[in-house]
Design a binder for this molecule. Structure first.
Ligand SMILES: Cc1cc2nc3c(=O)[nH]c(=O)nc-3n(C[C@H](O)[C@H](O)[C@H](O)COP(=O)(O)OP(=O)(O)OC[C@H]3O[C@@H](n4cnc5c(N)ncnc54)[C@H](O)[C@@H]3O)c2cc1C
Length: 594
């Protein structure tokens, strides 16, 4: 049986020592997030994840969701009770707005809790996760009336939210969307069309489901510019807040999938369902991006979170399983063989996981903190920089962390040998569940295109130049620190490689767009490595300062960071070389020659 114990110590390290949230009490909500409060949240969250959500993970996988003839959907046994507890304990309210009944705590605190949910039960976690995203989009773009009507119950999780973009003929290319909206003259619209693969489109966890649906208003412009966003409740909501009649939308079927069986992936049919516009006509994508950006950070987090649970179990296995003897002599003479953790190759797999995980955790929490700064800092320059980072690096979090997270989960399986391939050990479920994170919320290939095509050059490259400047400042301030040389040198080198790749793209990507497309995957990975190198250098600095405290945590941090620099950063020049080959080899064959 697999286990999950939230990595509370490492989370504390990132929140208290790396980000030092306690030093930002001037930001709204941060004064309430003292280290003691955060520690309490982490401890309680860890218990909930371990005792309530994780035991349902395998159950959900085995049983899946079931649709009845009346189009209702039953989630796996135990999910409704766990969800009820989640709401009763107020977990969804952590970072929701106080005026909606929320606690108004920093988003980055919510991210730590979300990591625990995503590690312990990814399929379950998608229900509150998407609700939070839908709630944020409504808060960003909805009228006061819509916010008042739906906000508080979505914030608390009593009602769920969904996002409806995909249609059978349009996934990446949303400009092809056919779902239409016809104005009724009373402020409402009739929505007609079919959406597919809608996560949590129907379920038995909440009293109402608030669908956010993209559709084209009849007569609106063609393509992506003619798409509007609507709120379409499953049940109408009366003036007094009670539930009214059923709206004309229902689940037409459930998808059978490779993983996340506990999450209902629905075909949703809208047959003249009544909806209300969120934001302006034809500008739906703008508001939907609020939800999608949040969701993208959440999906990056999923990749990492699944890798974490794989790592914990791989580590247990490697300490316990005895096979062969150490290359340098017997280590456990009392046993018939040594535990496999003595073997360098097993250590390679474990350290690949650990060094990725700790760097990735720092990166995604740092990004969530940027989200807080973007919305809460009183300083316009800080806000601007944070907004630039969110735009530039969200695709990197999404694609790099899911790609590497999936690789890492697979390494966890590999450490288990044949046991990893069997169901009993839980690793094969982790690998299957994790796989979707590379696909939904915009495939990783499309994230890379977004990075090089849209984000990199925006505002004359302001975001990437700020990123370089922040790295340079850190290097200048710390390059003389004794013991930090290795980490600084690694950061310097990869930063120069990223700059080289950036210049190459700026010079060659515009003259031939295929160069940009062909280089995008490797460029994104180069940026991911640079972001992790920056996090590792900063973490190593803290660990060095505290290494004499006697806490072995810091020595382990330094050794893991060393592995990252010596064994993972050397991938950067390979990515750079591939960036610079451009499109020639990739475009040489015509479609028939493949
Ligand atoms: C389990 C699950 C849950 C989901 N949940 C939701 C949900 O809640 N709401 C929702 O709206 N959708 C949801 N989706 C849909 C998901 O977001 C899409 O699958 C995803 O955006 C990709 O679209 P697609 O599958 O149509 O792939 P396609 O767009 O057909 O892409 C196929 C391949 O072509 C590549 N490609 C496509 N266009 C380009 C291009 N211009 N340049 C380069 N490469 C390109 C892609 O990277 C991909 O590798 C879900 C999907 C799944 C499987």
């Amino acid at each position: 049986m697999p286990r999950y114990d939230a990595p509370v110590r490492d989370m504390q390290f990132v929140l208290h020592e790396l980000l030092q949230l306690q030093n930002h009490a001037n930001l709204p909500g941060f004064a309430d997030a003292s280290p003691e409060t955060i520690d309490q949240i982490l401890d309680e969250g860890a218990k909930f994840a371990k005792n309530v959500l994780f035991p349902l993970n395998a159950v959900g996988d085995k049983q899946g969701c079931r649709r009845a003839a009346d189009a209702s959907v039953k989630t796996p046994d135990g999910f409704p009770e766990a969800y009820k507890q989640l709401v009763e304990n107020g977990w969804p309210l952590l970072s929701a707005h106080p005026e909606m009944g929320g606690q108004g705590l920093p988003h980055v605190v919510n991210i730590a809790w979300t990591e625990m949910v995503s590690s312990s039960n990814m399929a379950f976690g998608m229900y509150p996760g998407l609700t939070h995203g839908a709630y944020q989009a409504l808060m960003a773009g909805g009228s006061d009336e819509l916010k008042a009507k739906y906000g508080p119950k979505m914030a608390s999780g009593e009602w769920a939210g969904t996002m409806n973009l995909t249609e059978p003929h349009c996934g990446t290319d949303l400009g092809l969307m056919k779902t239409k909206a016809v104005p009724q003259g009373d402020g409402s619209y009739k929505i007609t069309g079919q959406k597919i693969w809608i996560s949590g489109g129907e379920q038995d966890l909440t009293g109402n489901i608030i669908h956010l649906v993209l559709a084209r208003i009849e007569g609106g412009p063609e393509g992506i510019k003619g798409i509007s966003l609507f709120v379409v409740p499953k049940y109408f909501v009366n003036e007094d807040g009670s539930l009214g009649a059923r709206n004309a939308c229902q689940c037409g079927g459930l998808e059978e999938k490779m993983g996340i069986h506990g999450n209902a992936t629905c075909v949703m049919n809208y047959d003249g369902a009544t909806g209300w516009l969120v934001g302006e006509e034809h500008k739906g994508m703008r508001t939907m991006f609020v939800m999608m950006n949040e969701a993208r950070l959440g999906v990056g987090l999923q990749g990492m979170a699944q890798a974490e649970v794989a790592y914990q179990n791989a580590l247990d296995f490697a300490r316990d399983r005895v096979q062969g003897r150490s290359l340098t002599g017997v280590q456990a003479p009392e046993k018939p063989a040594d535990p496999i953790i003595v073997h360098p190759d097993v250590r390679r797999m474990l350290l690949e996981q650990k060094a990725f995980l700790e760097g990735a955790r720092a990166f995604v929490y740092w990004m969530a903190f940027q989200g807080d700064l973007q919305h809460k800092s009183p300083d316009a320059a800080v806000q601007q920089k944070a907004e630039d980072y969110m735009a530039l690096l969200t695709p990197v979090v999404k694609a790099y962390l899911t790609h590497k997270g999936y690789e890492s989960a697979n390494l966890g399986l590999q450490v288990h040998g044949g046991s990893g391939f069997t169901r009993e050990w839980g690793l094969e479920q982790i690998v299957r569940d994790c796989r979707i994170s590379l696909i939904y919320e915009g495939t990783n290939g499309v994230q890379a295109l977004d990075l090089v095509g849209r984000k990199l050059g925006a505002n004359g490259g302001r975001a990437v130049f700020s990123f370089f400047a922040e790295i340079d400042e850190f290097i200048t301030e710390n390059e003389k620190m004794e013991g930090l040389e290795l980490y600084i040198e690694g950061l310097k080198t990869v930063r120069a490689q990223l700059q080289d790749g950036t210049m190459w793209l700026m010079q060659n990507g515009m003259s031939d767009f295929n160069n940009a497309g062909a280089s995008s995957h490797d460029y994104l990975h180069l940026m991911g490595l640079t972001a992790l190198a920056f996090m590792w250098a900063r973490m190593a600095k803290i660990a060095l300062e505290k290494r004499d405290s006697g806490d072995p945590f810091y020595a382990a941090k330094l050794a893991t960071g060393r592995y990252f620099v010596e064994r993972m950063l050397p991938d950067a020049p390979a990515h750079l070389a591939k960036v610079k080959t451009g499109a020639a080899a990739m475009m040489a064959l015509d479609a028939a020659q493949f």
